[in-house]
Design a protein around this ligand. Structure first.
Ligand code: ADP
Ligand code: ASP
Ligand code: MG
Length: 434
């Protein structure tokens, strides 16, 4: 019997009516003879509201208590959805992450799943029940409740899909799929039919929050087929899966932006061996993820090191950085949280020179100054002023936009400069729209 994991995001379960609509969709899937395991997020803005509440009580909330607080949001939606399904005459049971066997490491706020003991979920499914699991949470190897990082319900869904050997992991959200840019910023952005794990990894890492980064990594490592689609209609969305020859023809798959990072510059660092290690080791030990790193050419034996890190980690990073600056004899530390990152992602970029130059030209023509650049084989990222981010996304998208008629010429992509294109539909996979 086919097994389906469906995940519904915050907006999709944002009111009693929406929860009832989700219940109807879930029941319809079960009525087609499939076993259905559902993962839910907290209702709309409730996680943000809980974060704000905690901030009113404590400037640095205790990590264990913070996780206790935040996991309550998903408990509300799982119980309500379970009730709504029962109202439709189907048997359902809700489970917390812990009850569903999501076992994590001990790092509160960003715990990693170390094991999924899905016995209880499987038993309930075998008894014909629809199982509703609270997303974004687990229980640590030391028996504390943990959370999986913001957007972590996606992770719960993918991990369960892997463990249950689901045919597909459906991520229902408030847009129709993955687009060539955030459709809220670029209304003319185009929906991608399919995107490879590698491209989605880069898009998520660059800020396209439609799928949490870790869940894409997990899906790739476990070969989970992911289908991102709208919870408001029955249309097919975007498939995230192994790269194939159709995908390789796409030069640019999308543009992502991220305003959640801050820039730190350590000014006047002595230019000698081991200094970089002494700067970054304490941050790594504290679990702070450093992203773009640039070191200038040195003059008079001194250089500047700039890098970005999550704004949320600045408070924790500041004392460590002050200590590092004194330790290595740097002149000063500058922090700047008014920056944003704009990234161009595409697997075909590897073999097409000129993409970076075109991106810089688009930004330059719009009078947008680039402060830091970094690249991977399938991504180019530029740091710009936060106030320029939306305009930057728009002009870069426009620069690379492919006119519809040119899609037909995809067999002969002439240059690297002219392409954002949706991929051709994959072979039929038997997926029925619900
Ligand atoms: P959910 O609550 O369902 O998990 P999220 O807010 O986490 O939803 O993710 C969906 C949002 O991601 C969309 O509303 C959209 O604004 C944003 N987004 C950013 N980049 C993209 C993109 N490339 N394609 C689709 N959506 C994107
Ligand atoms: N409710 C959590 C968040 O807002 C998890 C999720 O929605 O995926 O980050
Ligand atoms: Mg999300």
């Amino acid at each position: 019997m086919a097994l389906l994991v469906q995940k519904y995001g915050g907006t999709s379960v944002g009111s009693a009516e929406r929860i009832q609509a989700v219940a109807r969709r879930v029941v319809a899937a079960a009525d087609r003879g499939q076993k259905v395991c559902v993962v839910v997020s907290a209702m709309s803005h409730s996680t943000d509201e809980l974060v704000d509440l905690a901030a009113q009580i404590s400037s640095v909330p205790h990590p264990r208590e913070m996780d206790m607080l935040l996991t309550s949001g998903e408990r509300i939606s799982m119980a309500l959805l379970s009730m709504a399904i029962m109202e439709l005459g189907r048997e359902a049971i809700s489970m917390t992450g812990s009850q569903a066997g999501i076992v994590t490491d001990t790092s509160h706020g960003r715990a990693r799943i170390v094991e999924v003991r899905a016995r209880r979920v499987l038993e309930a499914l075998d008894e014909g029940k629809i199982v509703i699991v609270a997303g974004f949470q687990g229980v640590s190897t030391e028996y504390n409740i943990t959370t999986l990082g913001r957007g972590g319900s996606d992770m719960t869904a993918v991990a369960l899909a892997a463990e249950l050997d689901a045919d597909v992991c459906e991520i229902f959200t408030d847009v129709d799929g993955v687009f060539t840019a955030d459709p809220r910023i670029v209304p003319e952005a185009r929906q991608l039919h399919a995107v490879s794990y590698e491209e989605m990894l880069e898009l998520s890492a660059s800020g396209a929050r439609v799928l949490q980064l870790r869940c894409v990594e997990y899906a790739r490592n476990h070969g989970v087929l992911v289908h991102v689609r709208s919870s408001f209609n029955a249309e097919e969305g975007t498939w995230v899966r192994e790269e194939d020859e159709r995908m390789e023809r796409a030069i640019i798959s999308g543009i992502a932006h991220d305003t959640s990072e801050a820039k730190v510059t350590i000014v006047g660092v002595p230019d000698k061996p081991h200094v970089a290690a002494r700067v970054f080791t304490p941050l790594a030990r504290e679990g702070i993820n450093v992203d773009m790193i640039v070191q200038n050419i040195s003059t008079d034996g001194r250089t500047d090191i700039s890098f970005t890190l999550p704004k949320d980690d600045l408070v924790r990073a500041k004392p460590l950085l002050d200590e590092v600056a004194t330790g290595v004899g740097a002149r000063e530390i500058q922090t700047d949280d008014s920056i944003g990152k704009v990234s161009l992602v595409g697997a075909g970029m590897k073999s097409h020179p000129g993409v970076a130059a075109d991106m810089f030209e688009a930004l330059g023509d719009a009078g947008i100054n680039i402060e830091v650049i970094s690249t991977s084989s399938i991504r180019i990222s530029c740091i710009v002023r936060a106030t320029d981010v939306e305009q930057a996304v728009k002009v870069v998208h426009k620069k690379f936009e492919l006119p519809e008629e040119a899609v037909a010429r995809e067999q002969h992509p002439a240059t690297a400069t002219d392409q954002i294109k949706a991929l051709r539909p994959p072979q039929s996979d038997g997926e029925a729209a619900s």
